[in-house]
Design a protein around this ligand. Structure first.
Ligand SMILES: [Zn+2]
Ligand SMILES: [Zn+2]
Length: 420
């Protein structure tokens, strides 16, 4: 079992006196309070790096916090350990004879599930278990209209990359709250290709990670494909041989690994009827890797396509099919491109590794993987401004929870209004 210290709960008699110390004397920032009705407490969370302090005041005389204060006075009330699966953890503890206060999890603050272990089992400490809402992601395939086109959000499982590498110069204390790392410092990412359906056919933009990675790489990248591309296609009544075109934003394995598959010892195009549309200069880069990008390009993902004669190469920014146009961003890699999908005055943009997750909507939150981060910054600043002003629907290829949404800005702070 794995557990991470989430927060320490402190029972306070007089919240203003407590704030005078924690907020004013220590100078810590305190989040807006949240009432937890089931416990009759008001919680004031104080972020302290990856864990937090939680000041607890009673909101009714029969609150457990009020009873605690009467008995013991103010002080540390409980510690909270965050687990991935709270029901499995409770089963595990029960099977070992651990005395529990809560047999079943119940709703806590921030839509989490919580359950308490009896202090007698934990050597005098009240231990709360918590399963964060974000630890229960699931992938769904959804079809939505965009003018005369249809967009179908796909998935090809989850994987994990080093959190530091995903956020470049941003300190861990900042990104870890947005994207909690695992015990190997990896954050959870999704692979989310997008299908565009139009009169001219069905186009898959990027193809997911695919199933060719060996056990060593699946372990390094924490690949979990219990919910993979075939499931996503089936969920919306599609199949791999119904794809007419496959377009690459770039040829990194987490974007185009799913373009080929091993069948009977042979590598073949994954989409039997599809033409594969690849930018010539990206093909050049992918087939001539250097020390810095070698781990990202795997020849088995794309060379078999050329051997099979199914690749259509092109140069420069262009409209690939009516309503679908590619724009080179550079930055991440020299030929990295994003895809504009436009119909009847509406615009959706598949941003690939320019804005891989919703945490990356801040201009300077740029991946350490990027070969030319200043190029990323220049393009991103301009693009996000435009996306906010013109209400582009943004598709986040690697976000574990949000497939698509609108970037909004209020008082200089950005957030994403989730649509899918
Ligand atoms: Zn990439
Ligand atoms: Zn990527």
């Amino acid at each position: 079992m794995k557990a991470i210290l989430d927060h320490i709960g402190i029972a306070v008699e007089d919240i203003n006196a407590a704030l005078a110390f924690y907020r004013d004397a220590l100078g810590l920032e305190i989040e807006a309070p949240e009432d937890v009705a089931s416990q009759r407490v008001r919680a004031h969370v104080i972020p302290t790096g990856e864990s937090a302090l939680e000041l607890l005041e009673a909101t009714a005389p029969d609150s457990p916090i009020a009873r605690y204060l009467n008995k013991r006075g103010p002080g540390i009330h409980h510690i909270t350990l965050r687990v991935d699966d709270i029901r499995a953890t409770l089963d595990h503890l029960r099977a070992r004879g651990v005395r529990l206060i809560d047999d079943q999890p119940r709703p806590g603050a921030q839509s989490a599930l919580v359950a308490f272990i009896h202090p007698s089992a934990a050597h005098g400490v009240l231990v709360e278990l918590k399963q964060a809402a974000a630890a229960r992601p699931s992938l769904t395939a959804r079809r939505m209209p965009l003018g005369n086109l249809s967009l179908v959000s796909m998935y090809d499982g989850f994987f994990g990359l080093d959190g530091g590498a995903m956020f470049g110069v941003v300190p861990r204390t900042l990104w870890a709250r947005q994207a909690p790392p695992d015990d190997r410092n990896r954050i959870r990412l999704a692979a989310r290709p997008l299908v565009v359906e139009a009169e001219w056919g069905r186009m898959m933009i990027d193809c997911g990670i695919g199933d060719k990675l060996d056990a060593k790489h699946r372990d390094i990248y924490a690949v979990s494909r219990e919910q993979a591309l075939d499931d996503a296609l089936a969920a919306v009544g599609l199949a791999a041989d119904g794809i007419d075109l496959a377009l690459a934003t770039h040829l990194h394995f987490d974007h185009f690994g799913g373009a080929t598959a091993r069948r009977g010892g042979r590598l073949e195009p994954r989409f039997a009827r599809a033409r594969y549309i690849i930018r010539s200069a990206e093909w050049e880069d992918a087939t001539h890797p250097h020390e810095r990008n070698r781990a990202s390009y795997m020849a088995d993902d794309f060379v078999p396509l050329k051997d099979a004669g199914v690749v259509d190469f092109y140069d420069g920014d262009r409209t690939i099919r009516p309503g679908v146009r590619v724009v080179r961003t550079g930055g991440h890699c020299p030929q990295h491109q994003i895809v504009f999908v436009e119909s009847a005055g509406k615009t959706a943009v598949f941003t690939a590794d320019l804005i891989p997750t919703t945490a990356h909507v801040r201009d300077a939150w740029i991946m350490g993987y990027d070969l030319f981060p200043m190029e990323t910054l220049a393009f991103k600043k301009r693009f996000i401004r435009e996306a906010i002003d013109r209400e582009y629907l943004i598709f986040f290829e690697h976000d574990p929870l949000v497939a698509a949404g609108y970037i909004r800005e209020k008082d200089g702070r950005r957030h994403v209004d989730q649509v899918l």
